[in-house]
Design a protein around this ligand. Structure first.
Ligand SMILES: [Zn+2]
Length: 271
């Protein structure tokens, strides 16, 4: 079942899993991305919200309604603005220890000022500086979270950002942050691609032991099968060979090269 409030699309994907999407393309098309996905996991006594999105419209009232009497935990998959700008609505946020300092300060999103979409004017009231949550707590590799009848493990997957995390559940779901999805995949500089590749490889090893895995990425389509991981690994591993097909990012907004094969658009940082 899918419902749309004035901004968020709310999809009751499973009894225990609600997807909340916002259209990043309606905020700034220069990210080459249509959707940002947030996930709300409902355990018997605790709910876990994965990411807080772009912060344009109130998210917390919606979450409070969806979780009922459950306790709420809020995690950020990583510190990029499209995943953390709703943090200030919540009292306490968990993030990997490498990115805790970054989200403890206001997030500067002044690079969105030149977006072609008028909606970014809503950020003017904060002068494009999004306040942090009052309390920031650390996560690290191997941390386990008990939601009651639902257990989750933290997997550190650096590459897209130094403290990116994926979450693996005992219901064979993998929340793959910005490490594995279709569409525009944001990669570090060419000489640092090995780090991104080892994170994908780590996820492949985890999934190998399981017969059926559903992958829930933080952008675009969901759920995906584990074949995504191998395909992505091979394509990123082959970037060196397709380097002569790279294009300039025409507005220079992201300071990146683009290699587009129709299925994936690799956005490779120049800095
Ligand atoms: Zn993202």
């Amino acid at each position: 079942m899918s419902t749309l409030n004035h901004w968020f699309e709310i999809i009751k994907h499973k009894e225990h899993l609600i997807v909340i999407r916002e259209k990043l393309s309606e905020i700034d098309p220069r990210f080459h991305t249509i959707y940002t996905n947030m996930y709300l996991l409902l355990g018997s006594h605790t709910a876990l919200l994965i990411d807080t999105g772009c912060g344009l419209f109130p998210l917390k009232p919606l979450i409070d309604e969806l979780i009922g009497k459950r306790k709420l935990l809020v995690f950020n998959t990583h510190c990029h603005w499209d995943h953390v700008c709703g943090n200030y609505e919540f009292n306490e946020i968990y993030i990997h220890e490498k990115e805790a300092a970054f989200i403890s300060k206001p997030i500067n999103i002044s690079n969105l000022k030149d977006s072609s979409k008028d909606i970014v004017k809503k950020y003017e009231k904060n002068n494009f500086l999004i306040p942090p949550a009052p309390v920031i707590k650390n996560l690290k590799e191997g941390d386990k979270i008990d939601l009651g009848d639902y257990n989750i493990e933290v997997i550190h997957t650096p590459g897209h950002s130094p403290g990116a995390i994926s979450l693996f559940t005992d219901k064979n779901e993998l929340f793959s942050d910005d490490t594995a999805h279709y569409g525009a995949v944001f990669l570090p500089k060419k000489n640092k691609l090995h780090e991104f590749l080892s994170s994908i490889s780590k996820l492949m090893t985890l999934c190998e032991k399981k017969e059926s895995i559903e992958i829930y990425p933080s952008h675009e389509e969901f759920p995906l099968g584990k074949e995504l991981l191998e395909e992505l690994y091979n394509k990123i591993n082959n970037i060196e060979n397709s380097w002569n097909t790279k294009q300039k990012n025409k507005d220079n907004f992201l300071r990146s090269w683009i290699i587009d094969d129709g299925k994936y658009k690799f956005v490779i940082s120049k800095i």
